[in-house]
Design a protein around this ligand. Structure first.
Ligand code: NFE
Ligand code: MG
Length: 506
């Protein structure tokens, strides 16, 4: 029997997302992923001073502002022909890595956690952990009051099989509460060199405006240690345990099998070798291929834009048309060599794994696969995306400990530059959610065009000009749905991408 299921709005994500799926015989046969609002940052930037760009684009999002700032200043570095000194490059990496780690643990516990844990078990908690005791007493009082919306923001939730092992369940709930505190530590870590978080004040072309001092290095080390303890002792083990509790989800939400990464965290002067490398893997291709920036285009046939379709971002246009016939989303449809690709931590990890030149990544992936008794191909799944984020957080807490020792106190972190009369630049980096690119064009020392191609635009894109569904639309196809009124399986696949629609529609 065919059923239409609409999940709109999708909660516990960032931004305005609606998902419609059709099922037949209890499985999804087609999906429409809808970006439900328009924002217009690319219009706002036109005619402005280029140095406004890294501050304005950071306001695209409160979750990944640093990455928009880095993409913007990298595009400007290229347009101005300026190279940050090593201190500037390393400080940028540290601010960006702090944002990745904070974002990943926030996503697993605060956004996705309630898809797995059974909160009602807290009401029978008999232990002495003060945070759990407070939660228990509060939950009991809420449930006793039996209002229409009991125990928000935790309930109501879709009825589903949740974690069955009571010890694991209460342990993950405890870490959910810890994560609320720990993400403050993550923001403080970023703010050591960003001046403030979430929107970094110190990011500029040529490096950073902050000064590297011995005191800041010591502050960073101390905060990193706290974050590291949580990632190593709670986050990664919880993801492994949750994966063991929901083994079916290694076979659900597999998606298109095409992956793209721009690479991130340059470890040599200029934008040279990146800790996580750039590359493309196509399911029916010869394996890992080098990234060709010229392969990136954006289609708009099914998007509410009247501007030209199939453009490369450097020539991109953004003209909204809310009445366009046949369109169903405010996202454009980015494609690589005409192919649908998935971006994100899983793409970065697979590219780095196949690249083979990063022993730390290979060892971390192999150790994880051994711990969960899986093969690399199993990572291409709903659970694989969660595992990739946790592994990346683990790799980054260790790498940050090495980067911080590379800073030289009281040495410059900024190289001066002049803004040319006209010019252009591309800034390619990775945000927590995947490949992020900014394209800037300057005429008369003002921004004449600015185009952003954003991770969730890749992942949540609508159909392209040839009618092929986007990465999340593809991943939803085949998903089993036991009860159309409680489509938890669909929600779990959606959240495995960690979508941010605020970014995607920019
Ligand atoms: Ni608004 Fe973002 C990240 C970017 S996702 S969170 O990570 O860029 O599209
Ligand atoms: Mg754009």
């Amino acid at each position: 029997m065919k059923e239409m299921i609409s999940v709109s709005p999708v909660t516990r994500i960032e931004g305005h997302l609606g998902v419609k799926v059709e099922t037949d015989g209890g499985r999804v046969t087609s999906a429409q992923v809808v970006g439900e609002m328009f924002r217009g940052f690319e219009q706002i930037l036109r005619g402005r001073d280029p140095l406004d760009a890294q501050q304005i684009t950071q306001r695209i999002c409160g979750v990944c502002p640093v990455e928009h700032g880095i993409a913007s200043i990298s595009a400007q570095d290229a347009a101005y022909g300026v190279t940050p000194p090593d201190n500037g490059r390393v400080v940028r990496n540290l601010i960006q890595a702090a944002n990745f780690i904070t974002s990943h643990l926030t996503h697993f516990y605060l956004l996705s956690g309630l898809d797995f844990v059974d909160l009602t078990q807290v009401t029978t908690y008999t232990g002495r952990d003060p945070a759990l005791v407070r939660l228990r007493d509060w939950a009991k009082s809420q449930l006793a009051s039996a209002t229409a919306n009991p125990v928000g923001p935790f309930l109501p939730q879709f009825t589903a099989q949740l974690i069955r092992d009571p010890a694991l369940n209460i342990g993950v709930i405890k870490h959910y509460l810890d994560a609320i505190e720990i993400r403050q530590v993550g923001h403080k870590l970023g703010a050591v060199f960003a001046g403030k978080m979430p929107h970094a004040a110190t990011l500029v072309p040529g490096g950073v405006t902050d000064q590297v001092t011995a005191i800041k290095i010591a502050q960073f080390r101390a905060l990193l240690g706290r974050l590291r303890t949580f990632v190593v002792e709670s986050y990664l083990p919880d993801v492994v345990a949750v994966a063991a509790a929901f083994p079916d989800y290694f076979g659900i939400g597999r998606g298109c099998g095409n992956f793209l990464s721009y690479g991130v965290f340059p470890e040599a002067s200029g934008m040279g070798a990146r800790f996580l490398p750039a590359g493309v893997i196509l399911a029916d291709g010869p394996g890992l291929q080098p990234l060709n920036v010229e392969g990136i285009t954006e289609d708009v046939r099914y998007s509410w834009f009247s501007s030209a379709t199939g453009r490369k971002p450097a020539q991109g246009e953004t003209t909204p048309d809310p009445n366009k016939t046949g369109a169903y989303s405010w996202l454009k449809a980015p494609r690589y060599d005409g192919q649908v690709v998935e971006v994100g931590a899983l793409a970065r990890l697979l590219v780095a794994y196949h690249d083979g030149s990063r022993p730390a990544v290979r060892t971390a992936v192999d150790d994880l696969l051994k711990a969960i008794g899986r093969e690399p191909k199993d990572l291409i799944s709903m659970l694989g995306r969660h595992a990739a984020r946790a592994l990346e957080a683990r790799l980054l807490v260790d790498r940050c400990a090495e980067w911080i020792e590379q800073l030289v106190p009281d040495q410059p972190a900024f190289t001066d530059f002049t803004i040319p009369e006209s010019g252009a630049g591309i800034g390619l980096t990775e945000a927590a959610r995947g490949a992020l690119g900014h394209w800037i064009e300057i005429r008369g020392r003002k921004i004449s065009n600015y185009q952003c191609v954003v991770p969730t635009t890749w992942n949540c894109s609508p159909r392209d000009d040839r009618g092929r569904p986007g990465a999340m639309e593809t991943a939803l196809i085949g998903t089993p749905v036991a009860d159309p009124k409680q489509p938890i399986e669909v929600a779990r696949v959606i959240r495995s991408f960690d979508p941010c629609l605020a970014c995607a529609v920019h």
